[in-house]
Design a protein around this ligand. Structure first.
Ligand code: FES
Ligand code: FES
Length: 131
């Protein structure tokens, strides 16, 4: 475990008061679901988007993992809300890590959030093609 004091206050803030925690019905046609896992530590992140007219109306997450992963996913949901799908997949883990001031050993936590966003967008697009 990482000593508490190594976390930046932004991580603590999101950890204690995560924004957009929750989940949507994955069978809803307007919902895209991304579930990704980190082989390094076994943490799992689920991120879902609700899309309307090509834009992300709402995004939620459920993360079974460390404080940095929770903070990264919460920040990612905030960041992508209101964006088009193309804009959303431009979210880089390095931007998340910079904002949350993650130390190098926690970079994979922000990577998980980037991957979860991309997986959610892909899932929605797959469903959309079938319509
Ligand atoms: Fe401890 Fe990820 S390694 S929660
Ligand atoms: Fe693995 Fe954070 S330690 S996601």
């Amino acid at each position: 475990a990482i000593p508490f004091r190594r976390y930046h206050e932004k991580v603590i803030e999101y950890y204690e008061n995560p924004k957009n925690a929750g989940s949507f019905d994955k069978n809803d046609k307007s919902v895209g679901t991304g579930i990704v896992g980190a082989p390094a530590c076994g943490d799992v992140m689920k991120l879902q988007i609700k899309v309307k007219d090509g834009k992300i109306q709402e995004a939620v997450f459920k993360t079974f993992g460390c404080a940095s992963a929770i903070a990264s996913s919460s920040y990612a949901t905030e960041w992508i809300t209101g964006l088009t799908l193309d804009e959303a997949i431009n979210l880089k883990n390095t931007d998340i890590a910079k904002y949350l001031q993650l130390p190098p050993i926690k970079l994979h936590c922000s990577m998980l959030a980037e991957d979860a966003v991309k997986a959610a967008v892909r899932d929605f697009q797959k469903k959309d093609e079938k319509k």
